[in-house]
Design a protein around this ligand. Structure first.
Ligand code: NAP
Ligand code: GLV
Length: 310
């Protein structure tokens, strides 16, 4: 038996089943928790599935993340040893994230909150003109998402830099890498955009020390994972004015608890982990392709390096 386990929210699982069967009607799809005999399952496409449950399938060979991020698969105990892990790399996913970042950057840069407040008071007043070419944006993470957002921001004439784990070269973008590159990167960043994967190295990377390394009044955008941010440190920086505002899509606890200060902070704009949502129809072909590669013993696409966790 070569069965594919699908696991996410119940309503979304049905959509996944339809989209995958539309491309390959012969697929044997099992929706969690109705997996049938555990020996049947050879591949799984999952989102926020309990990681320990994946150890129940003795013939599991391939784990496919239903998103770009794979941190949900690396929560203890992590993926079962010897099981390959792949993720989604998708044009629509990338485009949607860049749209989110551009919206957040431009809303801040063009003083949208200020103009809305003036409108509410029926006051006709110009705010100081923003200088795009003098505004320095720093993108943490120069992968599929970060590099696309960085290029699009550079095309708008912002001064863009990026920070990655290993050195990168991108036309028109200043690049920094590794632990030594972090503080110099932050020191030249007026608007910080986080598009890192969540790993032990990047957990809590937006904290009191790194926020203090930004110029006074910098703006923060986090659309990666909530655990990149030490939330109390960000709130303190917002309260002191070290950070002038933040756009946040992701949080340590999701859904964000109703009593959390982010909901009501005057300088926080938040969205419910909706910056870039996987569209099953768009990604089903790459899932089918990887299942075929697995069956035929060909190299998999979009493979995650299990040793670094992304
Ligand atoms: P990716 O292609 O794997 O790129 C990751 C980038 O981060 C790479 O440039 C990598 O450096 C860099 N990086 C990793 N560890 C680092 C470290 N310790 N120090 C400095 N840089 C480091 O990932 P992606 O597809 O762009 O996605 C990024 C993340 O976005 C995902 O992991 C996910 O958590 C998040 N996401 C959020 C949403 C949402 O709706 N909010 C949607 C999709 C994705 P190298 O280039 O040197 O490898
Ligand atoms: C969403 O958060 C993703 O990782 O695709």
């Amino acid at each position: 038996m070569n069965a594919l386990l699908v696991s996410t929210k119940p309503a979304t699982m049905q959509v996944w089943r339809e989209e995958l069967l539309a491309l390959d009607p012969a697929l044997d799809i099992r929706l969690h928790p109705e997996s049938g005999p555990v020996e049947d399952i050879t591949a799984a496409v999952t989102w926020n599935h309990p990681p320990e449950d994946l150890y129940r399938y003795p013939n599991l060979k391939l784990l496919i993340s239903m998103g770009a991020g794979v941190d949900h698969l690396f929560r203890p105990p992590g993926p079962p040893p010897g099981v390959a892990v792949v993720r989604l790399v998708d044009r629509l996913l990338t485009t949607a994230m860049s749209e989110y970042v551009l919206l957040a950057v431009l809303r801040h840069h063009r003083q949208d909150a200020g103009y809305r407040a003036l409108q509410a008071r029926r006051e006709w007043e110009e705010l100081p003109a923003p200088d795009t070419e003098a505004t320095r944006i720093g993108v943490m993470g120069l992968g599929n998402l970060g590099a696309d957002a960085a290029r699009k921001l550079a095309a708008l004439n912002f001064q863009v830099a990026g920070w990655s784990r290993t050195p990168k070269q991108l036309d028109g973008i200043e690049t920094f890498a590794g632990a030594d590159g972090l503080m110099p990167f932050l020191a030249r960043t007026d608007i910080l955009v986080c598009l890192l994967p969540l790993t032990p190295e990047t957990e809590g990377i937006i904290n009191a020390r790194t926020l203090a390394g930004l110029p006074h009044g910098a703006y923060v955008i986090n659309a990666a994972r909530g655990a990149h941010v030490v939330e109390e440190d960000l709130l303190a920086a917002l309260d002191s004015g070290q950070v002038s505002g933040a756009t946040l899509d992701v949080f340590r606890t999701e859904p964000l608890p109703r009593e959390h200060r982010f909901w009501t902070h005057p300088n926080v704009i938040l969205t419910p982990h909706a910056a870039s949502i996987t569209i099953p129809r768009s990604v089903a072909p790459q899932v089918i392709d990887n299942l075929a590669r697995l069956r035929e013993g060909r190299p998999l696409a979009n493979v995650v390096d299990v040793s670094v966790g992304y």
